[in-house]
Design a protein around this ligand. Structure first.
Ligand SMILES: [Fe+2]
Length: 297
């Protein structure tokens, strides 16, 4: 894809400063699934103010794979390290995935480190009927083993308790498609099953139901995180021809954001996948927040 094509495609998702309200952002997310506001938040404060107009609750990561931003509880850096990261949904292996993901560029890289984006609705449209049938007839299953302190961390978060109306852990244990085994003191085992094709939170369009590329859990570049095993609910693996078609389609519909200072990006995290190219410039600084919106509270 030429630079010209990429820029033209990205411009389809631009909102200008004068158009920005919580309503215009949510309206565009419903239509396009992606909003880009070039050079909006040169000060971090304006990013936080814009976020607060949309958010009812934030979900942060307790893992050491993200740097915490001083004074900002809800905003973290994107995943640290320099390795490229394949397409995924943020929290795309868990049943409490926030529907809105936002990025803000504090310090653009001189080169490399583009954030890559891809509309999973368009990916589905590019698949053969054979692959679509496989996805339609199967559910995805994620199996994780996590240190117990992680579940304690979330169980004790007041904002989550408010958002989920009470005990967050109890809420998770009540879900039909999520199983938590916390019989061991040190580790919990979780199993989450969800349709391989789902509907977008903001638009109800068909989308990929969760993370499908296992590389995002294995190519960690040595950072602190935990692997998730991805398979179908009947314990079969996702057929290679389906994964190959998905990867080709992701590449076909890939958008690349070459960051400029103050750029803000909003993503329907149930529809658009994201990742990044290899980081070439260590000064690159991108903030991230995972958001449950007011509209869905
Ligand atoms: Fe991510």
């Amino acid at each position: 894809m030429t630079e010209q094509t990429v820029n033209t495609k990205l411009a389809d998702y631009y909102l200008t400063r004068s158009e920005i309200t919580a309503t215009t952002i949510l309206d565009q997310l419903a239509v396009n699934g992606l909003v880009i506001i070039p050079k909006y938040a040169v000060e971090q404060e304006s990013f936080s103010t814009l976020l607060d107009s949309l958010a009812t609750c934030y979900l942060d990561s307790p893992l050491g794979d993200r740097a915490r931003i001083t004074g900002e509880q809800n905003v973290q850096s994107v995943s640290i390290g320099k390795h490229p990261i394949d397409f995924h949904f943020e929290w795309g292996n868990l049943p409490f995935r926030p529907e809105l993901l936002t990025f803000c560029c504090v310090e653009p890289p001189v080169q490399g480190g583009e954030t890559i984006l891809c509309d999973s609705n368009q990916v589905l449209h590019s698949l053969s009927s054979r692959s679509m049938k496989v996805l339609e007839n199967n559910s995805l299953k994620y199996t994780d083993t996590l240190p117990s302190w992680i579940i304690d961390y979330y169980a004790n978060k007041e904002n989550l308790q408010r958002y989920f109306h009470g005990d967050f852990l109890k809420y998770l244990k009540s879900m039909d498609n999520y199983h938590i085994d916390d019989s061991n003191e040190d580790f919990i085992k979780t199993e989450y099953v969800t349709s391989a094709i789902n509907t977008s939170h903001f638009s109800s369009l068909p989308v990929i139901g969760g993370n499908v590329l296992s590389s995002i859990y294995s190519d960690k570049g040595g950072q602190d995180s935990y692997a998730s095993r991805i398979q179908f609910a009947d314990n079969s693996i996702i057929p290679q021809f389906v994964l190959d078609e998905i990867k080709v389609a992701m590449d076909k519909h890939k958008l690349e954001v070459s960051w400029q200072k103050g750029d803000v990006v909003f993503i329907d995290n149930t529809r658009f996948l994201h990742g990044r190219n290899k980081i070439e410039d260590a000064k690159r600084s991108i903030l991230l927040a995972s958001v449950y919106t007011k509209a869905s509270a």
